[in-house]
Ligand binder design. Structure first.
Ligand SMILES: *Cc1c(COP(=O)(O)O)cnc(C)c1O
Length: 381
């Protein structure tokens, strides 16, 4: 079965008791047992639920994994991964990861004694140098957020395999429709399903996919023990979104590639950061490991902070909002909004400048989106 077919059929056979072609929302916390300990495979919904099982089976298959685990948020998924480790363990992390990931590592797990080293993973040699005897995992995103830096998953997987440490890739920006890190050598793929997988900005969720049954057993134990699970309705909404992932990603991609090329020549724009542009330093690596460039880009506008704020409040179709990956286009200001938890000095050093805005290009008509951006870039108040 190919990707689009898997999205509709894997884990989603018609309901045996009614023939319903859509997996029902099993909105139940517990399951009646025939005799003490005799049940039909489910005991309590934190541990398992048929709606969540369908999502887990389907999305794991789309990622090229053997097993999947769903969570109540992307950060719930990351937290659960981190509970595999203990004080004194060391994790190498990308220096340009999602702001909430950095906050979780730096403000929560660091205080529990887990050590972190931050490197620019777009240079695999720096990852190799950062690995210490107590390193247990490398955590990376590609493309990164919001600078769209590209890291070579195959090259980093070769390094982590040799060092016998886990490689976890946050694949939120690409989704399995465009990039499948397990097939490139990663051990764990993580998603905020809030973004492209749910795809309609109506549900928060997280996911882990693995291709190693032993790693699955460890993480499944922690999914139940930690308890950061999604409810049946949220699982159902996410599975509903998943069915159209392939066609939505193709539409996001088409619009974003068109807009990136157009913005790169716009007089009010200083620079466009999107891997589709041949001038992007990660363009060729992106082409070698993914089947597209994704719908998120960042733009440096002329005129500093004030100009960037003006653009953000002037668009009509691009809503000024955090998040990304929904069918509607969004615009945001990373330094003030999504990446405010990163200290200003670090932000500037990374390149998250005050004139940087991030776009999540939706699936509206691209001509309408370009007219909207053009008017906002030219706005004077
Ligand atoms: C949103 C996001 C997260 C966090 O996921 P939540 O669902 O908001 O908890 C992690 N990584 C990336 C790249 C994200 O965009």
């Amino acid at each position: 079965m190919r990707f689009e077919t898997k999205a509709i059929h894997v884990g989603q056979a018609p309901d045996p008791s009614t023939g319903a072609v859509v997996i029902p929302i099993y909105q139940t916390s517990t399951y009646a047992q025939e005799d003490a300990g005799v049940h039909k495979g489910h005991e309590y919904t934190r541990t398992s639920n048929p709606t969540r099982d369908a999502l887990q089976t389907c999305l794991a298959a789309l990622e090229g994994g053997t097993h999947g685990l769903a969570f109540g948020s992307g950060l719930g998924a990351i937290t659960t991964v981190l509970t595999m480790f203990k004080a004194g363990d060391h994790i190498v992390c990308g220096d340009d990861v999602y702001g909430g990931t950095f906050r979780l590592f730096d403000k929560v797990f660091k205080h529990l004694g887990i050590e972190f080293g931050y490197v620019d993973t777009s240079h695999p040699d720096r990852v190799a140098k950062a690995i210490q005897p107590n390193t247990r995992m490398v955590w990376m995103e590609t493309p990164t957020n919001p600078l769209l830096k590209i890291s070579d998953i195959r090259a980093i997987a070769a390094i982590t395999k040799a060092a016998k440490v886990l490689l976890a890739v946050d694949n939120t920006f690409m989704s399995p429709a465009l990039q499948r890190p397990l097939e490139l050598g990663a051990d764990i793929v993580m998603h905020s399903t809030t973004k492209y997988i749910g795809g309609h900005s109506d549900v928060v969720g997280g996911f882990l996919a693995v291709a190693d049954p032993e790693l699955h057993t460890r993480l499944k134990f922690l999914q139940n023990a930690v308890g950061a699970v999604p409810g049946p309705f949220d699982s159902w909404l996410t599975l509903r979104g998943l069915k159209t992932l392939a066609i939505r990603m193709a539409a996001h991609e088409r619009n974003a590639v068109t807009i990136a090329a157009w913005l790169a020549k716009h007089p009010h724009v200083e620079a466009v950061l999107h891997p589709s542009l041949p001038s992007h330093p990660g363009h060729l690596i992106q082409k070698s490991q993914a089947s597209g460039f994704g719908g998120v880009m960042s733009v440096r506008v002329h005129g500093g902070l004030e100009a960037a704020r003006r653009v953000c409040r002037s668009t009509q179709l691009f809503f000024l909002a955090e998040s990304l990956g929904g069918v509607e286009s969004l615009i945001e200001h990373p330094a003030i909004m999504t990446h405010a938890s990163i200290p200003p000095e670090t932000r500037t050093a990374l390149g998250i400048t005050d004139n940087l805005i991030r776009l999540s290009v939706g699936i509206e008509n691209v001509a309408d989106l370009m007219e909207d951006l053009d008017a906002a870039l030219s706005a004077r108040s």
